[in-house]
Write a protein that binds this ligand. Structure first.
Ligand code: IPM
Ligand code: MN
Length: 372
């Protein structure tokens, strides 16, 4: 097996901590399966702005282009959020990377864990059988349309633009994925109001003829926001535009138990990027309380995309095991929680078959937080 080069972009806030745990898990997998992974670190986001003035230095972009995959942490810093006049923002680093690498599809699987149902704000009867996947268009729409702030600061414009080609390429991937799943696809839009949504509906409706086995549905985004909470099990593949996908995937994360659990893969024409769906969560940075699972499962998606299926499956099994045994971080269980680093260690132990329930349980308990 040749060496795989991974561009590692930890970014801001909890990014470096969750990425650190991912690398420990990846190292463990590499050791177990005898692979060689080479990590090359790059800067992005607020740390990159402080170091170079740019949220995505050219050097980082080059690194991404020349790597086999990119593992990304998070970007964002409240110092920039609270300054409407800031000329550069950390988020621009992530958005430019997506655009520059041509990553037009962001895939966000949402799985629920029966052992976490009791901690969910949603009744477990509603959570049963939920297993959906969101296909979010990632390089178009209002995120990338023309923007303007008038000279007198009295009005502003964001433009939402989509072309048939942009809709078709992500739509095709979503249909193909639906064929490998339950063969149901729901396009979420706001076609009763927006012209771009009407184009989405027309394009996807035409595309659906090429996938006659897939049952295609259309749903307005306001209704979809409600249906996700009321009857999440009705969904299989949700296909939607950039901003609706951003919002609905945060909402859908509540079904899984926490925003911190969800991974994603961003794919397209360039090197793929694997990133948790959560943000930089600056309030938690440096406290060893962030949930590393979103990032660790993103690493599993990365291995899968590199053709290392068994290795990816091993990571998923480790995550299932830890959640099932209640080894979870504070976002999931604010009373009985474990530290970020402890979760990482436990997953590595599991991967190396070092976990013997009877013997190690007491040791593990000792690593539980005593801070309530
Ligand atoms: C996400 C994030 C980003 C987005 C931000 C950080 C720009 O919320 O990946 O979902 O809005 O796409
Ligand atoms: Mn988001």
């Amino acid at each position: 097996m040749p060496t795989l080069t991974i561009a590692v972009l930890p970014g801001d806030g909890i990014g470096p901590e969750v990425i650190h745990q991912s690398l420990l898990v990846l190292d463990t997998i590499a050791k177990k399966f005898d692979h060689h992974l080479e990590y090359k670190h790059g800067q992005i986001g607020a740390v990159a702005i402080h170091a170079t003035g740019s949220p995505l230095p050219e050097e980082t972009l080059e690194l991404c282009r020349s790597s086999d995959a990119v593992l990304f942490g998070a970007v964002g810093d409240p110092a920039f959020d609270n300054d409407p006049l800031a000329k550069v923002r950390p988020e621009q680093g992530l958005l430019s990377m997506r655009k520059e690498l041509g990553l037009f599809a962001n895939i966000r699987p949402v799985q629920t864990y029966p052992s976490l149902h009791h901690l969910s704000p949603i009744k477990s009867t509603r959570l049963n059988n939920t297993d959906l996947i969101i296909y979010r268009e990632l390089t178009g729409g209002i995120y990338f349309g023309e923007k303007k702030l008038s000279a007198d600061g009295q009005w502003a414009v964001d433009t939402c633009t989509y072309s048939v080609d942009e809709i078709t390429r992500v739509g095709t991937l979503a249909f193909e994925h639906a064929m490998r799943r339950k063969k149901r696809l729901c396009l979420v839009d706001k076609a009763n109001v927006l012209e771009t949504s009407r184009l989405w509906r027309k394009t996807i409706s035409e595309l659906s003829h090429a996938f006659p086995e897939v049952q295609t549905e259309f749903m307005f985004v306001d209704n979809a926001a409600m249906q996700l909470i009321l009857h999440p099990a009705q969904f299989d593949v949700i296909l939607t535009e950039n901003m609706f996908g951003d919002i609905l995937s945060d909402e859908a994360s509540v079904l899984a138990g926490s925003l911190g659990l969800l991974p994603s893969a961003s794919i397209g024409s360039g090197t793929s990027v694997f990133e948790p769906i959560h943000g930089s969560y600056p309030q938690a940075a440096g406290k060893d309380i962030a949930n590393p699972i979103g990032s660790i499962l993103s690493s599993a998606l990365m291995l899968e995309s590199l053709g290392l299926k068994e290795e990816a499956q091993n990571i998923k099994e480790a995550v299932d095991w830890s959640i099932q045994h209640g080894f979870v971080t504070k976002d999931i269980d604010p009373v009985n929680f474990y530290f970020t680093s402890t979760i990482g260690e436990l997953l590595c132990d599991f991967i190396l078959n070092r976990v013997d329930d009877a013997v190690n349980r007491a040791n593990i308990q000792m690593r539980k937080s005593t801070i309530i």
